[in-house]
Write a protein that binds this ligand. Sequence first.
Ligand code: TXA
Ligand code: MG
Length: 320
Amino acid sequence: MPIYPANPEQIARAARYLAQGGLAAFPTETVYGLGADASNGLAVAGVYSVKGRPTFNPLIIHLPSAELAFRCGVPTPAAEKLAAAFWPGPLTLVLPLREGAPVEPLALAGLSTIALRVPSHPVALALLREARRPIAAPSANRSGHVSPTSAAHVLAEFGDDVPIILDGGDTEVGLESTIVDLSGPEPILLRPGGVTREAIEQVLGAPLRDKSQSSSSMPNAPGQLESHYAPAAAVRLGARAVSPVEALLAFGAPLPHDGPMLNLSPSEDLAEAAANLFSYLRRLDAAGAKSIAVMPIPQHGLGEAINDRLARAAAPRPEA
Ligand code: TXA
Ligand code: MG
């Protein structure tokens, strides 16, 4: 069993393993990541192969401080502000790649920009400090699957294909980081996530554009695929009634239902709902429901990221 408690000894062992080109999964405050040395092309190739990613999509590069991150990407004034406000934390910044940055082009899918993140989870920070190199870490799930929020989820995804999974318990945020692209003339929200749009706009003092409103032709990213984060069951959004053959994913006062039911947040707390989202989708899937009916979630604050993931889970699947 590749799951190890995230104590100092195991963190040091995982860091050595990463430095030798191995893959290790670790907790962050958002979801579990599948880490590889970003400066080692073979190690990065291993990530794509284990995840079964259809194409080489760019990975988020993790560092233990803004100072180290800005050695890989060139910060803009907006990047300095957002880093000061939200790092370490669930925010990823896309910046122009710094010349000579110790990151293999494969990790960036050949782009001249780099997605940088300084996570706040103490295990992630300790691992990154000890590894002493930029770590590429996508969410630790097979391509298209729901992101893992516990070590057991990672094991369910990869079995023995990932030899080290550091167990740091359930993740706190439960959704991936927010991605803001600062490489162009104006900040663009590429992916809603753990830091809300409202909080970012307040620090920037300006509204964030959406990807769809921008004229730039960003490469197509997995987080931007229509169907993603998908459980095996079909997902039906905005449910105002539930059929007896469905499972119910409730929010607030639940609809009447006799079958399998989990409530994201009985008190309508969006942070609680975000933290529960992926693990509840997995649990309702495991209950064998053909279809999961999801009650409406408000679109403000973390609701924007929750609804984004739910819309992808409900999108038509590329293949059966
Ligand atoms: O919370 C998170 O961000 C987690 C944890 C493990 O840190 N990581 C994560 O990575 O969600 P991943 O690979 O599942 O999602 C990375 C997203 C993808 O949509 C990718 O296309 C986008 O980041 N991305 C990476 N580099 C980019 C770049 N240079 N420009 C635009 N998008 C980029
Ligand atoms: Mg992912």
